[in-house]
Design a protein around this ligand. Structure first.
Ligand code: NDP
Length: 402
């Protein structure tokens, strides 16, 4: 018997709930709580009340509200698929009730767009002392990309030296401008300064100012931009032989032009303004205007290709491999009514949860994905819709500094 409480009922949660619902052996009881309870009820209706046993309204900004639901549902694990703003309150509730925790994105304060693990790593001692596990970042990137790196370190290298994580969405949703996951979180992330790790220090770049045209399997060449992404921080900590770690994401010209205009007129700002006597952050308003990422699935064509280039040394020889997955939007839609970005996040959340619940992944404290044995996770990726491939490369990704 293992009971899971899932918090959040957006694009990612919808995939996780549907995948968990099929795996009675891992998830005997599922409960669902979110801010808008009608979204939980709709999901419950879709998968059946025999699998989602109860739905609850919760404002997860308040730990005591989460605690009340934990006390009622008595889960073995809380899966946080709400927004990064809620991470700490949900971790507090888990500590207060003695329950394990999992999320897919690191904590961000609402009023500062700052991406770092410091706030959540500060919970290490409390989780360890309580004999509880908090698994951080069990999505695709972070998540699968961390596991790919751990898998490469275990099976392909004696030492890892260079890491380039590449994330391409080669799909077409037919909208003029839309984001593939929560627009507020997405735009906060991509409008930040770029940052990468080089020889023991972090170097910064202007936002989206470093471009490389990269080739993606089954997609072709796409303009890719250097960005900061949170898994870089934990990967360089856990693999200290890394000399350089970077993250690249593809953006089309139309997307960048829209973004530039929106930024230029202040629509991406998180600083509240007075509007008819009400304080609103322009970015929150923009989120309300943009398409709901969950609604993009119908008619979305093309694939994603997300992977990790790793250069290192094995038996004194330098080599480079690329571990990656292709995920097709239309196939995801047919399977669970979701687009590939929700799918590639929602499936790893289910896998991380299953491995924690059956005890395969167990470590007390606050844990990043690469700290655990990658093999069972990689095996489940193949079984549950995210097959991966390892390609031996003839030459390193590149040796320039940025
Ligand atoms: P959505 O905006 O679609 O869903 C977020 C859900 O959280 C909504 O149901 C929302 O409720 C709920 N929520 C928001 N605030 C609260 C609150 N205070 N209390 C309770 N529930 C709340 O986002 P996504 O599904 O696209 O993303 C979910 C998470 O996944 C995010 O943290 C995102 O950063 C992460 N992510 C991670 C990726 C990875 O690869 N690691 C990739 C993509 C996303 P309401 O319906 O009322 O708004």
């Amino acid at each position: 018997m293992s009971t899971v409480l899932i918090i959040g009922a957006g694009g990612v949660a919808a995939v996780t709930v549907k995948k968990c619902a099929r795996l009675v052996e891992h998830f005997s009881e599922i409960y669902l709580a979110s801010r808008t309870v009608s979204k939980c009820a709709a999901l419950q209706e879709e998968v059946g009340a025999d699998r989602v046993k109860g739905v609850f309204a919760v404002d997860a900004d308040h730990a005591h509200e989460v605690e009340a639901i934990i006390k009622q549902t008595k889960p073995d694990l809380v899966v946080n698929l709400a927004l990064p703003y809620q991470d700490l309150a949900i971790m507090d509730a888990c500590l207060a009730c003695g329950v394990d925790y999992l999320d897919t994105a690191n904590y961000e304060p609402k009023d500062v767009a700052k991406f770092e693990y410091s706030w959540q790593w500060a919970y290490q001692e409390r989780f360890e002392k309580a004999g509880l596990m908090a698994l951080l970042g069990s999505g695709f990137d972070p998540g699968v990309t961390n596991v790919y790196t751990a898998y490469a370190a275990k099976h392909y290298f004696d030492e890892i030296h260079y890491l380039d994580i590449v994330d391409c969405n080669g799909g077409d949703h037919g909208q003029a401008f839309a984001t593939n996951f929560n627009p507020e979180i997405n735009i906060r992330e991509i409008t930040q300064r770029g940052r990468y790790y080089f020889n023991g220090e972090w170097r910064e770049t202007e936002p989206l100012s470093v471009r490389e045209d990269l080739h993606y399997q089954n997609i072709g060449e796409r303009a890719s931009y250097l960005m900061y992404h949170e898994e870089l921080e934990s990967l360089v900590k856990h693999f200290p032989t890394i000399k350089r770690a970077r993250f690249w994401m593809t953006f089309g010209d139309a997307y960048l032009n829209h973004l530039k205009v929106l930024e230029g007129i202040g629509m991406t700002s998180i600083d509240p303004i007075d509007f008819n006597g009400q304080q609103i952050a322009p970015l929150e308003f923009l989120k309300a205007v943009l398409p709901n990422p969950g609604s993009l699935a119908e008619g979305y064509t093309g694939q994603t290709c997300i992977g990790t280039y790793i250069t290192g040394v094995k038996d004194g020889q330098e080599k480079t491999i690329f571990i990656y997955n292709n995920c097709d939007h239309a196939v995801c839609n047919e399977e669970v009514g979701a687009q590939a970005v929700s799918y590639t996040t929602g499936v790893p959340a289910m896998i991380g949860a299953a491995l924690m619940l059956n005890g395969t992944w167990r470590k007390n404290g606050v844990v990043n994905m690469e700290e655990m044995d990658p093999d069972p996770f990689m095996e489940m990726l193949n079984k549950h819709g995210l097959p991966w491939h390892v390609m031996e490369c003839e030459s390193p990704f590149d040796r320039s500094e940025s």
